[in-house]
Design a protein around this ligand. Sequence first.
Ligand SMILES: NC(=O)CC[C@H](N)C(=O)O
Length: 388
Amino acid sequence: MKLVLEDGTTMTGRCFGAPRAVSGEVVFNTGMTGYVETLTDPSYRGQILTITYPLVGSYGVPAPRRAGSVDGPYEADRIQVQGLVVQSYVERYSHHAAVRSLGAWLASEGIPAITGIDTRTLTRRLREVGTMKGWLFPAEMDLERVKRSAEAVDMREEVFRLVSPREPITYEGGPLKVLLIDAGAKDNIVRSLLRRGVTVIRAPYHAPIAELAESADGILIGNGPGDPKDLGQLVTALRGLLGTYTKPIFGICLGNQILALAAGGDTFKLPYGHRGVNQPVQDLLSRRCYVTSQNHGYAVKHESLPAEWEPWFVNINDGTNEGIRSRLRPFFSVQFHPEATPGPEDASYLFDDFLRLCGAMKGSSDSRLKTAGAAAVDLRSTPTAGRS
Ligand SMILES: NC(=O)CC[C@H](N)C(=O)O
């Protein structure tokens, strides 16, 4: 197999997945474990993933999930990456839950993978030049032919259609109801809500959101692939809703970007993104730091936020935005993944805060809580296990 980057960098290795030609944006993730979760995360749709940790495959892959379920550790029904790049693939796995090798899983889903690559050199290149387009293909194929014929995902609106459900799906979990806007949401967002006794209406990003939101106690905008600016239809729908909606809105990753755009803010592309399980962020209100799981290539411009909004979290490595919140209303979002999978669960308290707010606003006879301003204040002053 060969990996060629758009700056001409060429690397040769061995195939351990499907021997096929693909192209996509080449990105790297620094997590040491969690390849099953990472490979099935729809935010990676269309991208060729490099894992910087050198040994990959040693714990194999567990049994496939039950059909129609959202069982972990899978984050979706299929592998989402275009291709996989590792330094040393381990075929002989050992783990009590494993039933197949990583290579067998990749091959069964038609995903090409390459081993024997100096991923440290590759990552340094991507850090210097920035994320680049690349081609992964069997070594005997001619590059010019590959460039013409390699399978690629149309990264504009098409990519969101590939990863969102066709119709709204309801998961019964309890009396509180959350509308999850899905443009590629990870299944663990659904599991995180169900675990907390919540009914989830999982709706595609192009569904009539305002209508569906009426019967829900809050809205969660999930993660997803691509560039948030290609989701103009959702941004416009949400902008309309922000004018009248009084219940809580929480965004995760792509959801942070969408909320910022709907509020009138702007996003930009990071040179090589944040992908890993040890990204440090700081809550600007409490000054408390958290280690978080992240997978994003775009970020919100702090300075673009209109007066009602304020930066909530920042990334301690590069100072970029990691969350925003309305100063007046119960609308807030984070750029990292509180549901983790893989990664640290430091930030899972955010689900509890969001749901407590949904519950308080639904059940309270206190009319002050029904006004959005009071609810936003309530969120700020609520002590939680995660913050104590
Ligand atoms: N994990 C996500 O939701 C990623 C959001 C967006 N696709 C980005 O790369 O920034």
